[in-house]
Design a protein around this ligand. Structure first.
Ligand code: PXP
Length: 239
């Protein structure tokens, strides 16, 4: 059975919308763990649009399961990772203007840079995952540069417009997962995974972990709404 790691970036996005103190992704992470999450994921972006350095520092002390830091390959991020020592770093591409991570890391096109980042993180005893598209050449390159894990980008599958595209994307994920495992890489998956498409993805036996953010935080907002409104009405009424 695959593990679930919960990405709490969106909780920080709500906080940053008001530059307020709440909701705190640290509290969300603790509740996710109480709910059974086997890992917590955050992406410290160069522009700090959601997760802040303080979140990473506190989560390193409070996460009871496994802390996975998504980051771009920059000197600043490598230094932060080596100081804070998350359990795993997932190297992702990062563009300033994007809404969320678009596409996987191009390992083939920058093997030396990725290899050197992997080696540095390994020196700090940090497991390294590469977030890549379900592509044979990228899987092989991930293996060559010494990664421990590949996180297969499920966005193409999740966003497929037609049944044909969906089928093709699922096949690509299946093949990439098989190849990665045969090379000795651990296989994780994430991006756009929701309460519907998980049914197909869970059938890929090589996937050991799903990294899920948007659909879980979105659902939490809705399933928590009734209680939140009741609590405020009670206060207005002085009960
Ligand atoms: N995995 C990676 C590498 C990501 O960048 C993201 C988005 O931050 C996710 C998983 C989670 O994607 P989603 O929020 O769509 O569940």
């Amino acid at each position: 059975m695959a593990r679930l790691a919960v990405n709490v970036d969106h909780v920080a996005t709500i906080r940053q919308a008001r530059l307020a103190k709440y909701p705190d992704p640290v509290m969300a992470a603790a509740l996710a763990e109480l709910g059974g999450a086997q890992g917590i994921v955050i992406h410290l972006r160069e522009d700090r649009r959601h997760i802040q350095d303080r979140d990473l520092e506190i989560l390193r002390k409070t996460v009871q399961t496994h802390l996975n830091l998504e980051m771009a390959i920059t000197r600043e991020m490598l230094d932060i990772a080596l100081r804070i020592r998350p359990d795993r770093c997932t190297l992702v591409p990062e563009k300033r203007q994007e809404l969320t991570t678009e596409g996987g890391l191009d390992v083939v096109g920058q093997e030396e840079k990725v290899r050197s980042a992997v080696a540095e993180l390994h020196e700090g005893n940090i497991e390294v995952s590469l977030f890549i598209d379900a592509d044979e050449q990228q899987v092989r390159a991930a293996h060559r540069v010494g990664a421990n894990v590949v996180e297969l980008h499920t966005g193409t599958f999740a966003d497929a417009g037609t049944a044909e595209e969906r089928h093709r994307a699922l096949e690509a994920l299946r093949n990439a997962a098989k190849l990665a495992k045969s090379l000795g890489l651990k296989v994780h998956a994430g991006h756009g995974v929701d309460y519907t498409n998980i049914v197909d993805l869970r059938e890929i036996p090589e996937i050991e972990e799903f990294s899920i953010g948007h659909s879980i935080v979105a659902r939490a907002v809705l399933v928590g709404m009734e209680q939140a409104v009741r609590d405020m009405i009670r206060l207005i009424e002085g009960r």
